[in-house]
Design a protein around this ligand. Sequence first.
Ligand code: CP3
Length: 363
Amino acid sequence: MAAIATKANADVPAASGKLTNRRRFLDACRCRAVDRPPVWLMRQAGRALPEYRELKEKHSFLELIQTPELAAEVTLQPVRRFGFDAAILFSDILVIPEAMGQSYRFRDTGGLVMDFALRTKADIERLSVERVVERLSYVDQALRLLRKELGDQTALIGFSGSPWTLATFMMEGGSAEKYTRALKLFHEDRQTFYALAEKLTDAITAYLQMQINAGADVLQLFDSHGGQLAPTDFQEASGRWMRDIISELRTPNSELPTIVFSLGTHGNWDDLLATGASVLGIDWQFPLAHARRLLPANIALQGNLAPALLSDATPDVVATETRAVLETMRGRRGHIFNMGHGVPPNAKLENIAALVDTVRGFK
Ligand code: CP3
């Protein structure tokens, strides 16, 4: 994004001793020297935590994300337990379709189902952009509570799904085994696909601007379905819309880094760099050492431990593999430790603890 990186790192210079978790995270996003890589995990809140499961006995998922106090509480649970450098707002990427007029609920058999699927041009025309910010005011309130609670200690990450990834869910009408309809629209009726992508881009830009104004330090775009595109289609179907969003965001008085996590699209580095993101998420199927070699020194890298280790390995193995990721990035400014995708719901707490302890002890 433009007009950033103007503010000097005034409050806690890296050389003068102890960095707060927030400063460490923000400095790493800007490829400045830090004492050790900051760590947070995608999907760090949620089903792996007993304190989350306990809340789920009393409240539905939608109640949790739509009640600012509860959303803030669930956001803080993993930070309290593990001391992550950043908190990520507890919400979902599907709040945008919902705010545009496509509600969703959980199927008893697993997965999500929307009230209807987008099928025609008229369905797309009916989607509302104007009311998105107002309908998502519960997110604004949750972020304000969190900013107050976290103060200068812990960074606060806001997020959205990318236009492409949201389009795949909206065209199927929920989660699906295969997401084929958005791709079909992209190939068969490009103008209608563009109309949908433009609407989503406008809605997401307004939503993320609201998150900046409410106190988010960093924004992440989840392009979880980017890898379903052929590399030759990625820019037109996904990359350019993320670029448009990032270039529109305004942060008048401070630096605001953006992270693009696009799963399975690491044949598209030029397009990913062109999004203007300050940090690129590296998925667990791509060697971090290659990413380090390929990417310019002013772009931070986030990743990329294999998620299955958290459910299927022992703490010793998790520690060894975590160290291997850290060693791969040793000496490279701008490494944010994360996994290469989200925490699996059956992750073992002792494995998450081993991961975090290893990163925090890394010298
Ligand atoms: O990272 C965090 O801790 C913040 C919370 C968060 C959730 N979803 C909570 C959630 C974030 C950042 C997301 C993003 C999200 N949501 C993505 C992108 C990341 C990725 O995993 O690729 C996607 C594709 C979704 C869509 C989604 N949300 C699906 C398909 C489902 C149902 C399948 C599932 O995983 O259960 C959800 C529900 C959801 N979102 C849950 C949580 C904790 C499970 C709700 C529950 O049963 O408690």
